[in-house]
Design a binder for this molecule. Structure first.
Ligand code: SF4
Ligand code: SF4
Length: 361
């Protein structure tokens, strides 16, 4: 197992994400036992992950508390009062059967939750728990633009930050820009969704042909991890492992440091391009076409259209289930053409909007 120095501790670079445990307790226990045996010592759960804290603590009950690190998260989005901070923290500790949490995160920050943290005085509550030794290290996870990241970093001198990054989603907010901001500030980074919710593990042939040509013995998922491992400030990469085979495959990937060669980078880029080619419309989401005077959310309609197309090819249920906007629907388009001249991609917007309506029939 590869280890990194993370907040002064020796932590495995592969973290066990606990949001997608296997269906049965027995399978989960088998996965955790193997991960523990092979040196995975970082377990990432959250108050809102269904039953995950309880299951994790049961799986780990035979191990010394000092042999692993527990992570959980404060659901700021569910908080109504300042007192909720301690209430949620205590409940997490109770479910995890522990007095302290090694790495505690303010969960899924966005502009609203940053505001709420300030208004309710959440950081003061966190400071009390840190002073009592019940929180060892404080961080946050975020799915928001870089401006919100910068704002959140002003709240406290955080020990670490968790962001989403994978080779298909380098611009997912705050994306690679977020990684660079954090790296400049010497804040270690934890990565979530490295395989895009499992989607990049299931790339069908021939889209994954460049991987097969590079090395047919490596799994699709392993390329996702190897891609991220080239960035030194990514200290931990979380994987929501939901089967023993996935645990074994990941353990093999993280067994030792490997060079991310130019040839491997080329293979990843070719697969990325193959996936992007499944898109129906070349919309970058820049929003230059907005606002539509008739209330159509053009980029959102196109994004759903593309997600459906990609979901069909990659057999991804989550993408296929994406819903078109109910109010800002393409039905409102009167083909005035005002948006077309603003689109840098030269998309015939009213025509493609009609296609999205065809799909919805
Ligand atoms: S063409 Fe349709 S989408 Fe574009 S501005 Fe006019 S009504 Fe809105
Ligand atoms: S301007 Fe073009 S590329 Fe940009 S969001 Fe609108 S349709 Fe998409």
């Amino acid at each position: 197992m590869i280890y990194n120095e993370f907040c002064g501790k020796k932590v495995s670079r592969l973290g066990f994400g606990c949001m997608r445990f296997p269906k049965t307790y027995e399978e989960t226990k088998e996965c955790i036992d193997l991960a523990m045996k092979e040196g995975v010592n970082y377990y990432d759960t959250a108050y809102v992950y269904n039953n995950s804290e309880e299951t994790l603590s049961k799986c780990l009950e035979d191990y010394e508390r000092s042999s692993y690190y527990l992570t959980s998260k404060l659901p700021v989005f569910r908080m109504e009062t300042k007192e909720d901070a301690l209430k949620f923290f205590n409940e997490s500790c109770e479910r995890l059967q522990t007095d302290y949490i090694d790495f505690y995160l303010l969960h899924a920050l966005n502009a609203d939750s940053v505001k709420k943290i300030k208004e309710l005085g959440v950081i003061d509550e966190m400071k009390k728990l840190i002073a009592e030794g019940r929180i060892k290290h404080l961080g946050f996870s975020i799915h928001a633009p870089k401006e919100v990241l910068v704002d959140a970093l002003e709240l406290y001198d955080f020990d670490f930050v968790q962001i989403q990054l994978n080779y298909l989603d380098m611009v997912h907010e705050p994306g690679f820009e977020g990684y660079e901001i954090l790296t400049k500030k010497n804040i270690p980074v934890v990565i979530m969704e490295p395989v895009k919710g499992g989607m990049l593990a299931n790339i069908p042939y021939p889209l994954n042909e460049p991987f097969i040509n590079y090395n047919k013995d490596l799994s699709n998922a392993s390329y996702c991890f190897r891609f991220l491992m080239q960035f030194p400030n990514i200290k931990i990469i979380l994987s929501g492992m939901s089967s023993l085979d996935q645990v074994k495959d990941n353990l093999n990937t993280f067994k030792e440091e490997t060079l991310f060669t130019k040839e491997m980078a080329d293979a990843v880029e070719s697969v990325r391009q193959n996936i992007l080619k499944t898109k129906k419309v070349d919309c970058t989401g820049c929003k230059y076409c907005m606002p539509c005077p008739f209330g159509v959310n053009i980029p959102e309609n196109f994004s759903v259209y593309n997600r459906h197309a990609m979901g069909k090819v990659l057999n991804n249920e989550w993408y296929m289930k994406a819903e078109y906007p109910k109010d800002a629907t393409a039905l409102k388009c009167v083909e005035c053409g005002a948006c077309v001249k603003k689109c840098p991609q030269g998309i015939n917007i009213p025509k493609v909007l009609k296609e999205t309506l065809e799909e919805q029939k």
